[in-house]
Design a protein around this ligand. Structure first.
Ligand SMILES: Cc1cc2nc3c(=O)[nH]c(=O)nc-3n(C[C@H](O)[C@H](O)[C@H](O)COP(=O)(O)O)c2cc1C
Length: 404
């Protein structure tokens, strides 16, 4: 039965986060919410948005701002899309298919993680919008090639290759909650960590009815079939994506290619050299290398280095529509949201994803009206002030940015 979400109760993304925390077992909530090590980058991603201020044009009426964007040749109704979030089906049985459906209904794209619990063709069939496939080389090149073919056959129009995961970051909350032990499938190893699930009986009932801990149906090993949950962490470590791999992927995938996990101007240029149609300035939501700069802070450097040669997307710390507007003012074409919709999925299934999208859409629209700007396309650096030291590496475009 679909949830009825009272809009007075769920006013913003923080409310969805609170509901997810209330409804999910600790291990599942912390898997979504946590970051690597001391979680410095996780916090900084959000804080950076607070350091950018607006410069509105007042006495300008823009009744119905135009929120449309065009990314890699695809028209989207909204300036944000749904980032790849692994294991989404653990949060709620609606999982990846439900999130993709909500994205499609809102006129935006969904990016399916390699580490998902639903087959790519099922996810594509569930959505009326674009579905892109995020690729890890888990299992090796042959396994990845088969996944690329399945994504192509399913109708995915872009491949998103994540380059920031040569080894899985340590999320200390996951260690404490027994994430590794819980995925072992061995009852005695799991036992000490099971009480947290008994404390969330509704989640547990839904999880068991959905078949319990699933394999990864998009990582199909030739001998044994879908990769079991317990094997994925070790497999990830043996499958780091290098620049060589990117050339290999480019040669085999004729469609649009997006490189996700760019932190510097140098890597942005390298990705363009490898044929990226777009890049995502991303630190994996602070889940990998702790201590890297907030993505919003890195954005001016990347914009300057790219100098218009490819499209730039950004993710990390986006919790409000005004965050989306700030990122676009500073040079992103659009933004990916991760936790913002994952909290919604965990709290209410697909209805929660739809609510997250709706909150952000309304926020973006109101922010544009308050800025006196008629469309996303008209946003530019003159609508914001960013700290001066963010711009020190951003030479070519720095004259366009007003610094505090
Ligand atoms: C629970 C979770 C799982 C994720 N799984 C993946 C993944 O499988 N592949 C990937 O490229 N990024 C993954 N990410 C990173 C997101 O795609 C995105 O970069 C990040 O969530 C953006 O930060 P935000 O959550 O603050 O919006 C994951 C993020 C979360 C929160």
């Amino acid at each position: 039965m679909p949830y009825v979400i009272a809009s007075r109760r769920i006013v913003n993304i923080a409310d969805l986060r609170r509901e997810a925390q209330r409804r999910l077992p600790r291990a599942v909530f912390d898997y979504i919410d946590g970051g690597a090590d001391a979680e410095v980058t996780l916090r900084e991603n959000c804080r950076a948005f607070e350091q950018v201020t607006f410069r509105p044009r007042c006495a300008v009426v823009t009744a119905h701002p135009d929120l449309r964007v065009r990314i890699i040749g695809t028209d989207l109704a909204l300036p944000f899309l749904l980032a790849p979030v692994g294991s989404s089906r653990l949060f709620h049985p609606d999982g990846e298919a439900g999130a993709a459906r909500a994205a499609g209904e809102a006129g935006t794209a969904y990016i399916l993680s390699t580490l998902s619990g639903t087959r790519v063709d099922e996810v594509k069939a569930a959505s009326s919008g674009p579905v892109w496939y995020q690729l890890y080389l888990v299992g090796g090149r042959d396994v990845a090639m088969a996944a690329i073919e399945r994504a192509r056959t399913a109708g995915c129009s872009a491949l998103v290759v994540t380059i920031d995961t040569p080894v899985a970051g340590v999320r200390e909350r996951d260690v404490r909650n027994g994430a590794k032990e819980l995925s072992s499938g061995a009852p005695r190893t799991m036992l000490p960590y099971l009480p947290q699930f008994l404390a969330r009986p509704r989640w547990l009932a839904r999880f068991l009815l959905d078949g319990g801990l699933m394999n990864f149906p998009n990582i199909v090993l030739p001998e044994t079939g879908p990769m079991p949950y317990a094997d994925v962490a070790a497999a990830l470590e043996q499958s780091a994506v290098c620049w060589d791999d990117l050339s290999w992927i480019r040669a085999r995938w004729g469609g649009r290619l997006i490189v996700k996990g760019v932190h510097t101007g140098e890597d942005a240029r390298r990705a363009i050299g490898e044929g990226a149609d777009a890049i995502v300035v991303s630190n994996h939501g602070g889940r990998q290398l702790d201590g890297v700069a907030a993505t919003l802070r890195t954005l001016p450097e990347v914009v300057a280095a790219v100098n218009g040669a490819t499209e730039i997307l950004l993710d990390g710390g986006v919790r409000r529509g005004s965050d989306i507007v700030k990122a676009i003012c500073l040079g992103a074409r659009a933004v990916l949201i991760g936790r913002s919709y994952a909290y919604g999925l965990g709290a209410y299934g697909a209805a929660g994803v739809a609510r997250a999208i709706d909150i952000l859409r309304t926020d973006v629209s109101r922010t544009l009206r308050l800025l006196g700007c008629a469309s996303i396309a008209e946003l530019n650096p003159s609508y914001v002030e960013a700290p001066a030291h963010w711009l020190s590496r951003a030479q070519p475009r720095s004259s366009q940015l007003s610094a505090t």
